[in-house]
Design a protein around this ligand. Structure first.
Ligand code: AMP
Ligand code: GLY
Length: 442
């Protein structure tokens, strides 16, 4: 199959790696017979990154330009386009690709509003009976103040539009909550912010592959959203992740499909905007049961880096089946009995203003640790071929092992071999696994 992957982060590097046969198959020195993918695909990416370039042909096409992406897919004669990030989806890239007659794994712009507008997502959840935090949609600072007082501390304030995981403030400080809401309203005149009930309990990310009708869940993962150890500091796109979740209820995935994903997909179809792609269910397992924190309409970053290396079923046919509305005929997914932990190495300043152009050393040394592979995110090659930082999250170091502690140990061994001036990473990814609230039930 000829496959075009849209995006340039570590998530897209993980997707390309999976399409190329998985981390075992694409290791610098394949581990003997059977390591190479039997049904190799021709892989392309736009724009891609230096890590992806080792596995796919990269094309300098803007990911958020629907006409340009559709033209590239047509020129290549692509059999499938897989869209990684949310911005191209919200911009209508999937619509343009499908209009060109090419199967696309990713929702239409209309369906992508599940992520693009938190108020829209709340409306769909209400119609579908999906459990989520109560929320007030506020258009003025006075409305925000009233909603903050109605819910009480801790306060949760969310920008209604796309904000790359950085539009949410959760704080015990009322003045900080109000200041964030004011800033969001001023930045987007005529826009709204959501003030929400605070959800206690551990968070889980569950990706569901959807073809408009059928839902096929992947394995759950947990993401570490705060910038600093012990969940301190500002929210980020995600600083690390692990999968599986040994502490989670055995029937969690089944419950999320039954109570969240399937009703949402049914409601989207009923509205005439069927959902095709990944429905990312961001959940809190609260003392009062399961609640949706957020929907995203694409694979999560960095959770994808720990979910896909555990998938034993070849990814490409499943994504094509989803794009073509045939998921009901797909065989059940098979999983490797192994754990994965990823640690993000972030640039100086992330998640604020980041510094670019710092030299990155030690990537090959890190990948030489058994069980480790290194995924690129914000990296670039200079004209002389040096690898330098070029974004906030620079690398995603993935460790695989028989269980979470073993995977964690090798991931950090890999991280220790990387040198990037001014970079930072969390030292406590997957260190302490959560305990469920005692009274958790439906
Ligand atoms: P979101 O962009 O909606 O995913 O929010 C980003 C992060 O903020 C989530 O992953 C949570 O850690 C936190 N968060 C969002 N909503 C709530 C809530 N209602 N209660 C507690 N934490 C929340
Ligand atoms: N890791 C959070 C996200 O992908 O939105």
């Amino acid at each position: 199959m000829r496959i075009l992957v849209i995006g340039s982060g570590a998530r897209e590097h993980a997707i390309v790696t999976a399409l190329a046969g998985g981390p075992d198959a694409v290791a610098p020195e394949p581990a003997g017979p059977g390591a190479a993918s039997p049904d190799a695909h021709e892989l392309h990416a736009a724009p891609g990154n230096p890590g992806i370039a080792a596995l796919a042909t990269c094309h300098e096409v803007a990911a958020t330009d629907p006409a340009a992406v559709a033209a590239l897919a047509t020129d290549l004669g692509a059999d499938l386009v897989v869209v990684g990030p949310e911005a191209p989806l919200v911009a209508g890239v999937a619509d343009a690709v499908r209009a060109a007659g090419i199967p696309c794994f990713g929702p239409s712009a209309e369906a992508a509003r599940l992520e693009g507008s938190k108020a829209f997502a709340k409306d769909v959840m209400a119609a579908a009976g999906v459990p989520t935090a109560m929320a007030h949609v506020c258009a003025t600072v006075d409305e925000v103040a009233a909603a903050l007082d109605a819910f009480g501390a801790p306060y949760v304030v969310k920008d209604d539009g796309l904000a790359a995981g950085k539009g949410v403030v959760v704080t015990g400080d009322r003045a900080e909550a109000l200041a964030h809401a004011t800033a969001c309203l001023e930045r987007r005149p005529g826009g709204t912010v959501l003030v929400e009930e605070y959800l206690d309990g551990p968070e889980v990310s569950l990706f569901c592959l959807c073809d408009g009708t059928t839902v096929v869940p992947l394995a759950p993962a947990q993401d570490f959203k705060r910038a600093l150890d012990d969940d301190a500091g500002p929210n980020t796109g995600g600083m690390g992740a692990y999968s599986p979740l040994p502490w989670a209820p055995a029937d969690l995935t089944q419950e999320v499909v039954a109570r969240v994903a399937q009703p949402t997909v049914d409601e989207m179809r009923r509205r005439g905007t069927p959902f095709v792609g990944v429905l990312y269910c961001g959940l809190a397992l609260t003392s009062r049961g399961l609640r949706v924190v957020e929907f995203n309409v694409r694979f999560g970053d960095p959770e994808t880096q720990v979910v896909l290396p555990r998938l034993a079923t070849p990814l490409a046919p499943v994504l094509l089946a989803a794009a073509e509305g045939r998921l009901d005929q797909a065989a059940p997914l098979r999983w490797h009995d192994r754990a994965a932990v990823t640690v993000v190495v972030a640039a100086h300043g992330y998640p604020g203003t980041v510094r670019a152009g710092d030299e990155i050393e030690g990537v090959d040394d890190a990948a030489a640790v058994p069980g480790v592979h290194v995924l690129h995110a914000g990296t670039a090659r200079t004209d002389e071929g040096r690898l330098v930082s070029a974004g906030g999250r620079v690398l995603s170091v993935v460790g695989l092992g028989p269980d979470v502690p073993a995977a964690r140990a090798v991931a950090y061994e890999g991280v220790a071999r990387i040198a990037l001036r001014g970079s930072h990473h969390r030292s406590d990814i997957a260190a302490r696994l959560p305990v469920l609230p005692a009274t958790a039930d439906a």
